[in-house]
Every structure is written in structure tokens, then in C-alpha cells.
Unconditional design. Structure first.
Length: 185
């Protein structure tokens, strides 16, 4: 597999599967959530409605941005759930958790497997029913022998168990999808 699959000249219209809020809005929602972290649900909802009214321009801009990106849900509901269930309990310094656990040793995939993944993604990414999850399933079905070789190579290193290999391959495929989909827009 000496050929490298290029992505620089391809323009694709790919679906977005995770919609992130604008960083400045995230900061405002985080401030709100932290200041109302200890109140009961009803009070939180009341204060949330007031916060929405006070920040109507910013919220409306974000609703428009998310809708333009193709978000089909309720942007206000997304913001509320982020405030109530995520930002409210998020540590002040988000690196606190990473300091507690030592970083695992990185185990790389073979270049030939990465090229197979790239080729598979590029050949299928424009399909109507293509998602990273079902793309990975199809990739596994179509490339059993290459996956066996990769699993044997990873197991021979002795650094990774069978479940971790499965998770690694899935994550690698989805990361390749993400890189390709972002580099072609």
C-alpha cells in the first residue's frame, strides 16, 4: 500500500453529528450555571428564563448559527441542558482531571491500515446513509484480513488487550473520518 490517499482537492458536503456552542456563549452559560449551582430545579428554571431574556440577542445569534449548521433540535433546550447538567458541575480548572490520571502510552496503527481507512471513508462519505458508525461496521466487514493482521501486530506488542484493540480501531476510524471531513470543507 504505497499510495497515499489525498484529500486536499475534494469538496464534500458532510453532515455534522456534534454541534458545539459558541465559546463566548459557553463562558456566559458557565457563569450562570456556577452562580446557580446550589438552587433547586424550579428556581434554576425561573432564573434560566430571566437569563434568556437578558441575553436574547446572543441567544438568538446562537440559535441562527446552529440552525445554519443543520442542527435540528431545540437550541434553547441544548443550552439549558448544558447549563443544568454539564457546566454547573464542571471544575473551574478543566485540567484538574488530567492531572490525576497518568497518560497512557500511545500505540500507533500501521500506515497501511490508515490508508485503507482513508480510502474507505473517501469512497463512502458522500453516501446518504453514511455515518462514521455504520462506515466503521462496513469497513470491518470489507477488510477482515487487514484487521486480523493489525490485531495480531498490536497483540504481539503486548501493550494492549483485545477490548482495548477493538476500541482503538473504532476510535482510529472515527478520527480519520473527522480529519477527512474537516479537511475537505
Amino acid at each position: 500500500m504505497d499510495t497515499e490517499v489525498g484529500t486536499s482537492q475534494i469538496k464534500l458536503d458532510v453532515s455534522v453529528y456534534r454541534f458545539k456552542l459558541n465559546q463566548s456563549l459557553v463562558e456566559e452559560i458557565t457563569k450562570f450555571a456556577k452562580s446557580h449551582a446550589s438552587v433547586d430545579r424550579k428556581t434554576f428554571q425561573k432564573e434560566w428564563r430571566e437569563w434568556l431574556a437578558e441575553n436574547a440577542d446572543t441567544v438568538n445569534d446562537e440559535k441562527k448559527r446552529l440552525n445554519d449548521l443543520g442542527f435540528r433540535g431545540d437550541p434553547i433546550d441544548k443550552m439549558y441542558k448544558s447549563a443544568r447538567y454539564y457546566f454547573r458541575n464542571k471544575p473551574e480548572n478543566s485540567t484538574e482531571h488530567s492531572k490525576q490520571a497518568p497518560r497512557k502510552q500511545y500505540v500507533s496503527s500501521s500506515k497501511s491500515l490508515l490508508e485503507l481507512m482513508n480510502r474507505h471513508i473517501l469512497n463512502n462519505i458522500t453516501g446518504d446513509s453514511y455515518t462514521p458508525a455504520n462506515g466503521f461496521d462496513a469497513f470491518c466487514h470489507d477488510n477482515i484480513e487487514a484487521l486480523r493482521e493489525e490485531v495480531n501486530m498490536l497483540q504481539s506488542r503486548g501493550q494492549i488487550d483485545a477490548k482495548a484493540i477493538s476500541n482503538k480501531l473504532k476510535k482510529t476510524y472515527k478520527n480519520r473520518y473527522y480529519q477527512i471531513s474537516r479537511s475537505t470543507n
